[in-house]
Write a protein that binds this ligand. Structure first.
Ligand code: SF4
Length: 217
């Protein structure tokens, strides 16, 4: 798929995607505009349903709003507050390490550039890009499983890992789409272009979809 064709699809999906569920980290970002809370909810959201992430974030923030406050909580308390998010024990430890790093190395403020974010314990490229976009309104290319899958499905990239997809998108995707690309494709990938049983008949871009046209529909 060429860039022009992808942009036609994105223009349609840009109008449609708010009808579907907006990713939980985006909702938390829109409500709080707080880089620390956005970073924490991104960590909590891994392998966890949005609704569970939302409630766990609320419980945790009602006890600890800042990295300093989180650092003062015992790991066991953090575990209880974030249960039942996926891997809650590991995440509780990781959140405490994260809080310590932010307090000790960055004076309690989440850093606002990719290289520094990637130095934080347990922060990978997906989390760092998402924080950059939502917390600091900076350009980032956040590639989660839906972005990786759908970008390959359409043939816009031909990559094996989300990291390769990020680097390809940084070369090929026009910069004006960088911030929105993740939100649009996550909502679209959860609601319509699902990994199992995609809802092609209801898909607003089915006439432009190379997969659908290959199926002769
Ligand atoms: S037509 Fe089907 S495969 Fe193509 S983008 Fe839409 S849901 Fe996905």
């Amino acid at each position: 798929m060429k860039t022009g064709e992808l942009e036609k699809i994105l223009k349609i999906l840009e109008r449609e995607y708010k009808k579907w569920d907006v990713p939980v980290v985006t909702m938390i970002a829109e409500r709080t505009h707080d880089p620390w809370k956005i970073l924490v909810s991104t960590v909590l959201s891994g392998r966890t349903k949005d609704e569970v992430t939302w409630k766990a974030s609320e419980r945790l923030f009602s006890h600890a709003k800042t990295p300093e406050e989180l650092l003062s909580l015992p790991v066991k308390t953090i575990e209880k507050l974030i249960y039942p998010v996926g891997f809650y024990r590991t995440k509780a430890k990781r959140l405490k390490e994260l809080a310590r790093a932010v307090v000790e190395n960055y004076k309690g403020k989440v850093p606002d550039n990719l290289d520094e974010l990637l130095k934080l314990p347990g922060v990978g490229r997906k989390t760092a890009n998402l924080v950059l976009i939502h917390a600091f309104d900076k350009d980032g290319v956040c590639v989660d499983t839906h972005v990786h899958r759908i970008s390959n499905l359409w043939g816009f990239v031909k990559t094996k890992t989300p990291e390769e997809t990020e680097f390809e998108l940084r070369k090929k995707l026009p910069r004006k789409w960088w911030k929105l690309y993740n939100d649009i494709l996550v909502a679209f990938g959860q609601a319509i272009c699902r990994p199992v049983k995609p809802r092609c008949e209801e898909c607003p871009v089915k006439d432009l979809c190379p997969v659908k046209s290959r199926q002769g529909a």
